[in-house]
Design a protein around this ligand. Structure first.
Ligand code: SAH
Ligand code: DHB
Ligand code: MG
Length: 221
């Protein structure tokens, strides 16, 4: 198994179907310039999220974990002109970088960045409008993934698509005794997902320009 080959094929797919435009390239550059670690999804993963959002006919998207706004741009571009994306970020400096990139992408009328602890904001969202989202992307800190999913369900309706990033972690999830809190968080999440009869779900593993990982994909029953 060759990482080099996985990367080359990922680049091949990217050149065909996942090309970044100026705004996406700039979003990555701005993250680098600000010293933000490259925690963003890859171009092909961004396109994949965009395709899922289109499949879900999404008008309202919730993202948990904005970072530099890279996945936000891919997702927001799936929305119709009257669509709306709310994205949550705990780090105000990261949020400021994301805001600039979202403005540059011409998406500032569609995207609403909320700065704070995701669980707090999710609780407020719950009370605030109770409105359901068509798609929810979970991609913040890993230990509370299970809690994020439970909150996501409260903000859903039958048919809502819920995606969670980084649930394979180079296969570390196979190690039941792994010490890393991130690994433990996604192991707990994956187990919960398997026993959750409110959704129909699977996990796809991904290889390519990013390390070996995976995304959980669920649709609310
Ligand atoms: N979705 C982004 C990457 C997100 S990286 C992309 O693919 O482009 C994860 C982000 O979650 C980081 O920016 C981190 O600051 C943020 N985060 C971590 N803990 C959080 C919390 N409790 N609430 C909200 N955001 C959090
Ligand atoms: C990390 C978080 C992510 O969402 C990701 O895709 C990669 C890395 C991290 O916290 O290290
Ligand atoms: Mg991620």
């Amino acid at each position: 198994m060759s990482k080099k080959l996985f990367k080359a094929v990922d680049r091949y797919i990217e050149n065909l179907l996942g090309k970044e435009d100026k705004a996406l390239k700039s979003a990555e550059r701005q993250m680098k310039k600000a010293g933000i670690p490259p925690m963003n999804v890859s171009a092909n993963q961004g396109k994949f999220l965009q395709v899922l959002a289109r499949m879900a006919n999404a008008k309202k998207i919730l993202e948990i974990g904005t970072c530099g706004g890279y996945s936000t741009i891919w997702l927001a571009r799936a929305l119709p002109v009257d669509g709306h994306l709310i994205t949550l970020e705990i780090d105000k400096d990261y949020a400021a970088v994301a805001r600039e990139s979202i403005i540059k992408a011409g998406l500032d009328t569609v995207v609403d960045i909320r700065v704070g602890k995701a669980l707090d904001i999710l609780n407020e969202l719950d009370v605030e409008d109770g409105g359901s989202f068509d798609m929810i992307f979970i991609d913040a800190d890993k230990p509370p993934y299970t809690e994020y999913f439970e909150m996501a369900l409260k903000l859903s309706r039958p048919g809502t698509v819920i995606v969670a990033d980084n649930v394979v972690r180079e296969g570390h999830i196979l190690d039941e005794k792994h010490a890393d809190e991130k690994v433990k968080g996604v192991q707990r999440f994956n187990k919960m997902l398997a026993g959750n009869d409110k959704v129909t779900a699977t996990i796809i593993q991904t290889v390519g320009v990013k390390y070996h990982d995976g995304m959980a994909i669920a649709v609310v029953n």
